[in-house]
Ligand binder design. Structure first.
Ligand code: GDP
Length: 468
């Protein structure tokens, strides 16, 4: 039943698969269980750091159901390079009906909000590719509500398409497929559907639950229909926020501007941000000196689902940092300092990330497998499944597999899911090596399947001899 429920949410899960805590929570609640997530992120422990009366106030605020209003969905556009992400984002930007009243979208701040003719709004993260998405997620923030997967109809499913699918599934974000470039003579949307169905994305007309819209990002054909479908999914997700609370958001982009100092784009997720508010973001803090929208207009306040560029940080925050408004300067500063300490602890956690040497005693082992050819890949996955059966207390989950070299994106996925990476006759590229070092992700390279399996088995038994 649970697998069926997961399928309904667009997640193709096996019995021993790790799923996103948010999704687990939803499923638990649907089955009448009370569940709670203890996140590694900052918010839980921060609430604990607050005095009792503050805590009570926060709980009180969260109970004000009546104050909840609909908020715009936050959408990320993913897909293989050159399949049309940038073009689609540009075309969508032009459909904005608010442009006439407020001026067109003129600057890149990492996200923009558009208004449709029916008055509904959608916020797009406009850093195309899943780099932004994975970086944010590796840092514990789930920003996007919906992922639009762009697949070129003349090119079909490619390695980065598969990566994007895995990223979205791992984050529990529903996927809408935009089958792009249908204006091209060689376009074959049916082929794209067939290929996608191999990855668990079954189009609605075939009895599945994945919305697939054939579009042309270039001519704008069906783009409106795509937007309508985004709203449809958003409606099902029932996205609500309370505009009458102090603002909470996430840092989408940040930079040090030679004239303005530390500048960051915040996506407001809940509450309303006002000019003059004190805030913390990660281990930085400040006061909103000024804020601007994607049109360069200065704003006095910004509500849920709105991206804004803010001036007034003491230091440059990091993308993925949570942004929280505080009542006083003192509170903001103290919290920033507290977080700085927590960050040091995080670095320690990085040190403790899953490695071959510490596999023994683990109950769940997440693995990413990359290989040079399909045959080897299948053989390795099969061997890992057999190992998983052999070691009864251990479940080995292959969370992502593919043909080709190990990429930075594989490493970010490994970091976000605490996985190790096995490469068979393939190597990490320079960016992947750098990321692996930074994130302390273990990559093992093999050229003989037997060696790989033997090492795994030894590692599980805690008998692996140190290599280096
Ligand atoms: P990205 O790498 O995914 O951001 O892809 P781009 O948006 O940069 O598009 C790559 C190329 O495909 C560009 O030359 C675009 O003009 C072209 N392109 C994108 N969408 C379409 C489309 O719908 N039809 C046609 N014919 N070309 C497109």
């Amino acid at each position: 039943q649970i697998m069926a429920d997961l399928l309904q949410k667009g997640i193709l899960a096996t019995v021993n698969q790790t799923i996103d805590p948010e999704i687990a929570l939803q499923i638990a609640e649907e089955h009448g269980f009370l569940a709670e997530i203890q996140k590694e992120g900052e918010e839980v422990s921060i609430v604990e750091e607050l005095p009792e009366e503050e805590k009570a106030k926060i709980l009180e605020e969260e109970e004000e159901e009546g104050e909840l209003v609909e908020r715009p969905p936050v959408v990320t556009v993913m897909g293989h390079v050159d399949h049309g992400k940038t073009t689609l984002l540009d075309t969508i930007r032009k459909t904005d009906v608010a442009a006439r009243e407020k001026g067109g979208i003129t600057q890149h701040i990492g996200a923009y909000k558009i208004k449709l003719p029916n008055g509904k709004e959608i916020t797009f993260l406009d850093t195309p590719g899943h780099e932004a998405f994975t970086t944010l997620r590796a840092r514990g923030s789930k920003v996007a509500d919906i992922a639009v997967l762009v697949v070129a109809a003349d090119d079909g499913v490619k390695p980065q398409t598969v990566e994007a699918i895995n990223h979205a599934k791992n984050a529990g974000v529903p996927i809408i497929v935009a089958i792009n470039k249908i204006d091209k003579p060689g376009a074959d949307p049916e082929r794209v559907k067939r290929e996608l169905s191999q990855y668990g994305l079954i189009p609605e007309e075939w009895g599945g639950d994945t919305i697939m819209v054939p579009v042309s990002a270039k001519t704008g054909q069906n783009v409106e229909e795509l937007l309508e479908n985004i709203l449809l999914v958003a409606e099902i997700l029932d996205l609500k926020a309370n505009p009458n609370k102090p603002a909470v958001g996430t840092v989408i982009e940040s930079k040090l501007d030679p004239k303005k100092g530390a500048v960051a784009t915040i996506l407001i997720e809940n509450g309303t941000l006002h000019q003059g508010d004190y805030f913390v973001a990660g281990y930085t803090w400040g006061k909103v000196r000024a804020m601007f929208d994607e049109r360069g207009n200065q704003l006095k306040e910004a509500g849920p689902g709105t991206p804004v560029e803010i001036l007034g940080f003491n230091e440059v925050p990091q993308a993925g940092d949570k942004f929280i408004v505080k009542k006083t300067e003192r509170e903001a500063r103290q919290l920033a300092e507290l977080r700085k300490r927590k960050r040091e602890e995080e670095l320690l956690a990085k040190k403790a990330r899953l490695h071959f040497e510490n596999l023994a005693g683990q109950k769940e082992i997440n693995i990413i497998v990359k290989a040079d050819v399909q045959g080897s890949l299948e053989a390795i996955i099969k061997s890992l499944e057999e190992l998983s059966e052999k070691f009864e207390d251990v479940s080995i989950n292959v969370i992502h597999s593919g043909i080709g070299g190990i990429t930075e994106s594989d490493v970010m996925l490994a970091a976000a899911s605490n996985a190790i990476i096995l490469g068979f006759n393939v190597r990490p590229d320079a960016a992947a090596r750098k990321a692996a070092e930074e994130e302390n992700v273990d990559i093992r390279i093999y050229s003989i399947i037997y060696d790989l399996v033997e090492d795994m088995e030894k590692a599980l038994k805690g008998m692996l001899e140190p290599v280096e």
